[in-house]
Design a protein around this ligand. Structure first.
Ligand SMILES: NC(=O)c1ccc[n+]([C@@H]2O[C@H](COP(=O)([O-])OP(=O)(O)OC[C@H]3O[C@@H](n4cnc5c(N)ncnc54)[C@H](O)[C@@H]3O)[C@@H](O)[C@H]2O)c1
Ligand SMILES: CC(C)(O)[C@@H](O)C(=O)O
Ligand SMILES: [Mg+2]
Ligand SMILES: [Mg+2]
Length: 347
């Protein structure tokens, strides 16, 4: 259906419009092979299974994630296979290896993309940057995308709570004439809230921007900046952490989520409102050039190259873990660990 967001009309699909029963009917003859069991893999595979779809998982044997799949109830030889065998058995291949891992496994997956199958991504990365990934699907398969706008961990948790994470959907190639029904049915099947239309290029450029920007990179950046200023001016870690992070995640962001920024403001003092209304524009103006630089870097393909180069190295996991450790061991997040333990619900 078409729905207005402000003054702009968009194509969206809701669960009322395309109910789960219709999704199951659409995919009743398909075998959905979820390839990769990292973060999105478990979320999507388990939601699809619990929703009554025919799902198998493909994962490297003798890996921690194979063991996790077994713990999650996937049965070796019945619903859990090596990647090669799962790709052969599936009629819809959900390519949920890491974006760098997808490059390495492409020859194997391509071999099993026989006419009429569907290749499904949760990111526009592989196909958009085909010059760098080598991922060029054969012309006789559907190539579709459902990109949940959040972590696979949240996708699963929200599903279990009876909620749903929104996803975008896109069709890159419709070889069978069934691509639209297939993609929407999968989007509903993985437990999406509502689905909004995009294309592979816009999905990858917005997603890379968002995660480097307000969702992950920028938020840590402004947290660190404010925390450092408070600490440099004699405030304790407890005061600096509560005033920078804890109050935001525990008190104020839930209000923003519920009813928007103006409503959160309206539930704070007039003193706070005066200051926030005065200061949000200077913060916007100070950071906008950084967002513009970020978007250019994404658009020029530099972010994709960096990600492929670093995540294709043998020691990429250890390197990432080292950098996460640096964050974890910073004073701000050490203070956070103590503060979390002191939450009454954790006692
Ligand atoms: N993490 C998320 O919540 C999230 C959210 C939206 C979209 N996505 C997209 O979903 C896809 C999967 O992302 P993810 O974060 O779940 O992946 P991930 O980094 O957790 O990796 C998934 C799996 O790929 C395997 N793998 C990596 N390299 C491999 C190789 N060379 N051969 C075989 N297996 C290999 C890993 O062992 C892991 O089990 C990506 O396209 C990503 O951009 C992820
Ligand atoms: C969960 C995110 C950040 O939205 C996703 O884009 C990812 O790459 O993990
Ligand atoms: Mg992403
Ligand atoms: Mg994302």
């Amino acid at each position: 259906m078409k729905l207005k967001f402000g003054t702009v009309e968009e194509n969206v699909v809701t669960r009322e419009e395309f109910p789960l029963e219709k999704a199951k009917e659409t995919l009743k003859d398909e075998v959905i092979a979820v390839l990769g069991y990292g973060v999105q893999g478990p979320g999507q595979a388990l939601n699809l299974k619990d929703n009554g779809f025919n799902v198998i998982v493909g994962q490297r044997k003798n890996s921690k994630t194979w063991d996790k799949a077994v713990e999650d109830g996937w049965v070796p030889g019945e619903t859990l296979f090596e990647l090669d065998e799962a790709a052969q058995r599936g009629t819809i291949l959900q390519y949920l290896l890491s974006d760098a891992g997808q490059i390495a496994l492409w020859p194997t997956v391509k071999k099993h993309l026989t006419p009429g199958k569907a290749l499904y991504f949760s990111h526009g990365f592989g196909v958009t940057y085909k010059d760098k990934t080598g991922i060029v699907p054969p012309s006789d398969v559907d190539v579709i995308l459902v990109a949940p706008k959040g972590s696979g961990t949240s996708l699963r948790r929200m599903f279990v709570e009876g909620r749903g994470l929104n996803s975008s959907y896109a069709i890159y190639q419709d070889a069978t004439g069934k691509a639209k029904d297939r993609v929407v049915a999968l989007g509903i099947g993985v437990g999406s809230g509502y689905l909004f239309e995009t294309d592979f290029y816009r999905e990858v450029t917005s997603d890379l921007t968002g995660e480097r920007g307000t969702l992950m990179g920028a938020i840590q950046g402004i947290f660190a900046a404010q925390y450092e200023v408070l600490r440099a001016n004699g405030h304790t870690p407890s005061e600096a952490f509560n005033e920078t992070v804890e109050e935001l995640t525990q008190s104020l962001m839930p209000l923003v989520a519920e009813n928007g920024m103006d409503w959160m403001y309206a539930n704070c003092s007039t003193t706070a409102q005066r200051g926030a209304l005065d200061w949000w524009k200077p913060f916007r103006d100070a950071t906008k050039p950084v967002f513009e630089e970020l978007y250019s870097s994404v658009k020029e393909g530099k972010e994709a190259v960096k990600s492929i180069d670093s995540n294709s190295k043998d020691d990429y996991r250890a390197k990432l873990e080292g950098e996460l450790q640096e964050l974890r061991e910073s004073e701000m997040w050490q203070a956070g660990a103590v503060v979390r333990k002191l939450r009454p619900e954790n006692n």
